[in-house]
Design a protein around this ligand. Structure first.
Ligand code: BGC
Length: 440
C-alpha cells in the first residue's frame, strides 16, 4: 500500500468559515429574523451557536487545538448600525474582542462585511434594490474597518452576491421571496457598486489591506449534446456565475438579459474568494420560465449528501479553481467556503479528503491558492433550511448548546497540523477512496 503525503506550501491558511447570523444568536434587527418569524424557514435561528454571549471562545479554542491557523467570520451590520444615525460601540468592541481572541490563538482573521443579512432600516427602504445602498454600505464599511483594522488585513466585502440576489429575487427562498430576474440584476449591480466603494474605502484606511469578495461558483455541464441543453447550460452558467466576475474583470456586468457598464469595477479585487460546494447538470425545461427555462440537478449516480443538497463532485472543485486561474492569472485565490451537510459524518470524511486532494493538484501547478476555509466549524443555522442541514465539523445540540466532535474534525485537524493530506489519514478516515487518492 503506497505511503505518501500531499503537502501544501508553507504558510498555507487552514481554517473554517462562519457567518454572524448563523452563529451569533438573537440577531433580531435584520430581515432574516423577520423572515423566520413569518414562518419561511425550517426552524428559527434563536440562540444559534450563542456566540454573542461569548461561546465563540470555546469554539475558537476547538479550532486552535485542531490545528487551524485562520478563521473567517462576518460582522453583523444590524448590530453595528442599528438605525441610520446610531453606531453601537459595544457591538464593535465585541468584534474587537473576538479578533483579539483569534490573535491570542495565533490565528489569522478574515472578516466578511456582508453575509446575507441587512439591517431592517435598510431592508425597509428597498434594500439592495435602492441605489442609496452604495452610500449606506460605504459608511458602514468605513466605520467598521476603522474600528477593527488593528486586528485584520484580510477583507471579504460581500459574501455570495449571486446567491443573495438569485435566492431572494428569483428562487424566492431568501427574503424578500420574489421572482423577478430584472430585480435580481438590479440587486447584483448595486452589490458590485457597493463592493467597489468598499474596496476603495478599505484601501484608503489600510494600505496593507487585501480585499476581495466571495463568489459562489458552480461549474455546469449540459445534460446532453442537444443544442437546447447546451444553450440552457450556458445561459444558466452566465446567470449564476458571471455577473460579478465579468464586471470585475472588464467593467461590464454580463447577464442573460443584457450587459451593464460599471467601469469603476475593473480590477477591484486583491484575491478571489471561491466558495465551491458542487457542480450542476443543466437541461432545457419548457415548464420552468421562472429560471429562464433552465433546470439543474445532479447526475443520477452522484454521491449525494443526506438531504440531496450537495453532490460530492471533487473534480468540479478542480474545474472551479482552473476557471479562476484562467480568468485572473496570478491573482491569489482563497477558498472561502467548501463543505457538506452530513449529520452522521458518513460522507464528510471522503468529501473533505477528495476536495483537499483536488486542491493539492491545483497547487502543484503553482496556481496561487493561499488558503482553505471549511464550511463550517460547528453546526449552524442554515438559512431557509434552518437546522435540517448540518455542516459542522462539530455537531451542535441546539437545545443544550452542547458540541459533539465528528470524526471529520479529527481528519481536518490532522490535515491542518501536517499541512497536507497523508495516505494514513485517508486509510483511517475514508478507506473507501484510498485507491483513487493514492493509486499504486
Ligand atoms: C453560504 C453559507 C451557507 C452555506 C451552506 C453558502 O452558500 O455562504 O452561509 O451556510 O452555503 O449552505
Amino acid at each position: 500500500m503506497p505511503e505518501a503525503t500531499y503537502h501544501f506550501p508553507r504558510g498555507f491558511l487552514w481554517g473554517t468559515a462562519t457567518a454572524a447570523h448563523q452563529v451569533e444568536g438573537n440577531n433580531t434587527n435584520n430581515q432574516w429574523w423577520q423572515w423566520e418569524e413569518a414562518g419561511h424557514t425550517n426552524g428559527r435561528s434563536g440562540l444559534a451557536c450563542d456566540w454573542w454571549n461569548g461561546r465563540w471562545k470555546e469554539d475558537f479554542d476547538r479550532a486552535a487545538e485542531a490545528g487551524q491557523n485562520a478563521h473567517r467570520f462576518s460582522v453583523e451590520w444590524s448590530r453595528i448600525q442599528p438605525t441610520p444615525d446610531r453606531w453601537d460601540e459595544d457591538a464593535l468592541e465585541r468584534y474587537r474582542a473576538m479578533l483579539r481572541g483569534l490573535r491570542d490563538r495565533n490565528m489569522t482573521a478574515l472578516i466578511t462585511l456582508h453575509h446575507f443579512t441587512d439591517p431592517l432600516w435598510v431592508y425597509e427602504q428597498g434594500g439592495w434594490e435602492n441605489d442609496a445602498i452604495v452610500g449606506w454600505f460605504e459608511r458602514f464599511v468605513r466605520k467598521t474597518v476603522e474600528a477593527l483594522k488593528e486586528y485584520c488585513t484580510l477583507w471579504v466585502t460581500i459574501n455570495e452576491p449571486n446567491i443573495y440576489a438569485l435566492s431572494g429575487y428569483v428562487g424566492g427562498t431568501f427574503p424578500p421571496g420574489v421572482n423577478d430576474v430584472r430585480r435580481a440584476i438590479q440587486v447584483q449591480a448595486n452589490m458590485i457598486r457597493a463592493h467597489v466603494a468598499a474596496y476603495r474605502v478599505i484601501h484608503a484606511i489600510q494600505r496593507e489591506a487585501r480585499v476581495g469578495y466571495a463568489l459562489h461558483y458552480r461549474p455546469m455541464v449540459a445534460r446532453s449534446w442537444s443544442p437546447l441543453d447546451r444553450l440552457m447550460s450556458s445561459i444558466r452558467y452566465r446567470g449564476i456565475n458571471m455577473a460579478f466576475p465579468s464586471a470585475i474583470h472588464t467593467g461590464v456586468m454580463r447577464t442573460p438579459l443584457g450587459n451593464l457598464s460599471i467601469p469603476e469595477a475593473r480590477g477591484t479585487q486583491d484575491f478571489l474568494g471561491m466558495n465551491y460546494y458542487s457542480q450542476d447538470v443543466v437541461w432545457f425545461d419548457p415548464f420552468n420560465p421562472k429560471e429562464l427555462f433552465t433546470r439543474a440537478g445532479y447526475p443520477p449516480e452522484a454521491d449525494l449528501s443526506e438531504n440531496r443538497f450537495i453532490a460530492n463532485i471533487p473534480e468540479g472543485f478542480y474545474r472551479a479553481l482552473h476557471w479562476a486561474v484562467k480568468a485572473y492569472p496570478n491573482l491569489p485565490i482563497l477558498v472561502t467556503e467548501n463543505g457538506v451537510e452530513d449529520s452522521t459524518d458518513r460522507l464528510r470524511p471522503r468529501y473533505l479528503a477528495q476536495h483537499i486532494h483536488q486542491m493539492w493538484r491545483a497547487v502543484n501547478f503553482n496556481w496561487p491558492i493561499k488558503g482553505y476555509f471549511h464550511w463550517t466549524l460547528v453546526d449552524n443555522f442554515e438559512w431557509e433550511r434552518g437546522w435540517t442541514q448540518r455542516f459542522g465539523l462539530w455537531a451542535l445540540e441546539v437545545e443544550t448548546q452542547k458540541r459533539i466532535k465528528r470524526p471529520s474534525a479529527d481528519l481536518y485537524a490532522a490535515i491542518c497540523k501536517e499541512n497536507g493530506l497523508s495516505s494514513d489519514m485517508v486509510q483511517t478516515y475514508c478507506p473507501e477512496v484510498f485507491n483513487s487518492l493514492f493509486p499504486v
